[in-house]
Write a protein that binds this ligand. Structure first.
Ligand code: ADP
Ligand code: MN
Ligand code: MN
Ligand code: MN
Length: 337
């Protein structure tokens, strides 16, 4: 007997990588082998030397095919078995291991937008729907578009065993969010990539496209982000480490923003619940700050912080690596671990 293994990887498309996948038939009981692909078709190689290697790194049940079938997230390697230049996971694994004893947790809020026939789901032909205001967490056929896809996606993520923690309708019609976490940096990022793949895949069955574009509609419409909630063991136990983490993010703001997703200047304008991309701020309950300290965290004097800057199209391997590196080294320096 055999099962189907869907090998999923992140390609080399610039400025925002895309997901790719293909199916391998594997004999029952066999290990998931290394596999290869044509890197010249994915911006990961020249035609003359095109072979790239897929190395399985995370496996879960395939909730689309069911049965014994699996989804297999892979890292891309060169044929000498070193990480390919598009492989951002390998560097995260190193940093995560270096700071493992600080026990970092992440919860990522993935916003996205459904498109059909060239416009966001719920937008009328050649025009705009009623202005924003009633759509966020709305109910009813005049305010909510695509719920059948969203519900199906949630069920698939749960069946796959992902740490999905919730969903909600967003501020713009056709825009939604799901959250993954809390989980460690590598785990949350692997699972987010799989959840993204499942989103595209299930939307395909509804003849709808999902996009992570950070500003899918220009003008007075909210962009799409990937708010990244973060804590270490010390932050979950006290307030000084929370402030240390915020100050460290302040000191490293430009280096973070640079890797928080393509087109970030268009989304972080200072309007639509964002802070300007080139001015760092943090504050309690402040949805106009770069980093928000939730109100309960200030009351309880412990908990987590929310980095509101990452774009919906950000690479979670980059975002979590930068945050762990910046905050955990600052906490270490401050003797707050
Ligand atoms: P918002 O109020 O900004 O919309 P959400 O409820 O959408 O927040 O998302 C918050 C995310 O933060 C969830 O994924 C949740 O699991 C995660 N989270 C909760 N506590 C922590 C923590 N201590 N460290 C990291 N992430 C956390
Ligand atoms: Mn949210
Ligand atoms: Mn949101
Ligand atoms: Mn948020």
């Amino acid at each position: 007997m055999t099962f189907k293994a869907e090998y999923i990887w992140i390609d080399g498309t610039e400025p925002t990588a895309k997901l790719r996948s293909k199916t391998k038939i594997v004999a029952d009981g066999a290990e998931l082998p290394l596999w290869g692909f044509d890197g010249s078709s994915t911006n990961q190689a020249d035609g003359g030397s095109s072979d790239r290697v897929l190395k399985p790194v995370f496996t879960c049940p395939d909730p689309i095919r069911g049965g014994a079938n699996v989804l297999v997230l892979c890292e891309v390697l060169d044929t000498d078995m070193t990480p390919h230049s598009s492989n951002t996971r390998a560097a995260l694994v190193e940093v995560a291991e270096r700071f493992a004893e600080q026990e970092s947790w992440f919860g990522i809020e993935q916003e996205y937008t459904f498109f059909k026939e060239g416009r966001p789901l719920g937008f009328p032909i050649g025009g705009f729907p009623a202005p924003q205001g009633g759509y966020y967490c709305g109910v009813g056929a005049d305010e909510v578009f695509g719920r059948d896809v969203v519900e199906k996606h949630l069920d698939l993520c749960l069946e796959a065993g992902l740490a999905i923690s919730g969903i909600n309708a967003e501020v713009m019609p056709g825009q939604w969010e799901f959250q993954v976490g809390p989980a460690g940096p590598v785990e949350v990022a692997d699972q987010l990539w799989i959840a993204r793949w499942l989103l595209y895949r299930v939307a395909e069955d509804f003849n709808i496209a999902a996009t992570l574009d950070a500003k899918p509609v220009k003008g007075d419409w909210n962009g799409a982000g990937a708010h990244t909630n973060f804590s270490t063991k010390a932050m979950r136990e006290g307030y000084d480490p929370i402030i240390t983490a915020c100050d460290a993010l302040a000191a490293n703001a430009p280096a973070h923003v640079k890797h928080y997703g393509a087109g970030i200047e268009e989304r972080l304008t200072g309007h639509h619940e964002t802070a300007p991309w080139n001015e760092f701020s943090y504050g309690v309950s402040d949805r106009g700050a770069s980093v928000r300290i939730p109100w309960q965290v200030e009351v309880e004097k412990k908990g987590y912080i929310e980095d509101r800057r990452p774009n919906a199209n950000a690479d979670p391997y980059l975002v979590t690596r930068l945050i762990v590196d910046t905050c955990c080294s600052a906490l270490e320096k401050a003797g707050q671990v």
